[in-house]
Design a protein around this ligand. Structure first.
Ligand code: 1CP
Length: 344
């Protein structure tokens, strides 16, 4: 029964003896089997849109480690592509997109109901996974939060300080707000279809929320997350939502209440004892081991893992890293982390 999956129990607010565990970017380049399947697909985007192979890489870390959840293999930048942006990946550098800097660029975007033409292979990946995942493993769907996706669409690439997106929101608020609106509506449609295909929970990645200060955080991180969560809950009651306003700092406090998300994911700059006292009081939290431990290992990995498990042991908690695992990680350290959480 779905309710008995550990991840869903924690998301429903249950305090478990051992927290469920999964890992951001658990299907990724640190795994030799991922690199092999990616080579077979040709390139990263071909892998995302090949439902059989995308399901295969989603399953690889489940087979190897027995995580409590699988996360759909896709990317937050597929939605902009489905809205008409050009998207490509430069090896060793990262994503590149056509940029949106003026009204004409915005007007060239497709309407929200056109996204499924591009994104239907992603829903097929989910359908395959619902058949192939072990019965105890929950399936997580995801999308980028509108602010984070907008930063890539405006700059055409990842940026350190999200300067181009901040400039546009200050210099041309009507255009910026129109883009945020299109992304909010598109995200609702995209995640709704992921849920209809079989995702049991969804996560909103606001990876660049930390550069929004003061009122801008409320307007561009909190408010779109609230709108998306409310719309999903109206359409799909009972499907939990995880919010990840990365590097929100003190703004993590009250984020769950203000947005309606069932769980807040914490990055590793957050002190776990502080978060237990100020964030977990509102419900489930997820996190927050530094992903650098997956590279360096040793006693520090074990000590920090134990500290996080202990700090969050009095409330609902999902163990995870504070950000994605990196390609230089040692797969053996992942096993040590899991064994430490499960105290084998
Ligand atoms: O070369 C490769 O194989 C590509 C590396 C890679 C992978 C494995 C990229 C490129 N995306 C992904 C998959 C991915 N991306 C998943 C799949 C599921 C899993 O976690 O196993 C998810 C959830 C994402 C989400 C994602 N993509 C985010 C949000 C989370 C975060 O890391 O903050 C972001 C910002 C992206 C954009 C992106 N895609 C890929 C890269 C290298 C980046 C970051 C670009 C940058 O540095 O700004």
């Amino acid at each position: 029964m779905a309710e008995q999956k550990k991840l869903l129990r924690a998301l429903a607010g249950e305090t478990l003896d051992t927290p469920p565990i999964w890992m951001m970017r658990q299907a990724g380049r640190y795994l030799p089997e991922y690199r092999a399947t990616r080579a077979q697909a040709g390139d990263f985007l071909s892998l995302c849109y090949n439902s059989e192979l995308a399901a295969e890489v989603t399953l690889q870390p489940i087979r190897r480690y027995g995580f409590d959840a699988a996360i759909l293999f896709a990317d937050i930048l597929l939605l902009p592509q489905a809205l008409g942006a050009d998207l490509w990946f430069v090896t060793g550098e990262g994503p590149r997109l056509s940029t949106i800097t003026d009204q004409a660029g915005f007007d060239a975007l497709k309407p929200v109901d056109a996204i499924h033409e591009t994104l239907s292979p992603i829903y097929d990946t989910i359908r395959i996974l619902t058949r192939e995942l072990p019965s105890e493993t929950a399936l997580i769907g995801f999308a980028g939060a509108p602010w984070t996706v907008a930063t890539y669409m405006i700059a055409g690439r990842g940026t350190k300080d999200q300067g181009p997106a901040h400039a546009l929101r200050e210099e041309n608020a009507p255009l910026f707000d129109a883009l945020m609106d299109r992304l909010t509506e598109g995200t609702i449609e995209y995640l709704s279809c992921q849920i209809e295909a079989g995702a049991e929970c969804v996560k909103l990645f606001d990876s660049w929320a930390g550069s929004l200060k003061g009122d801008a955080f409320e307007k561009y991180s909190l408010e779109p997350c609230r709108r998306i969560t409310a719309a999903l809950k109206a359409r799909h009651p009972g499907i939990p939502v995880i919010g990840f306003p990365r590097e929100a700092g003190e703004k993590y406090v009250g984020f769950a209440k203000a947005t309606g998300v069932d769980c807040v994911a914490l990055d590793n700059s957050v002190d776990p004892e502080w978060a237990a006292a100020h964030v977990q009081t509102d419900g489930c939290v997820q996190g927050n081991l530094a992903s650098s431990h997956m590279v360096t290992g040793g006693q520090a990995l074990i000590d920090d893992t134990r500290r996080i498990v202990k700090a969050f042991s009095k409330g609902p908690h999902i163990f995870n890293l504070g950000h994605g695992i990196t390609p230089d990680a040692d797969p053996e350290n992942v096993q040590i982390m899991i064994d430490t959480v499960r105290e084998k």
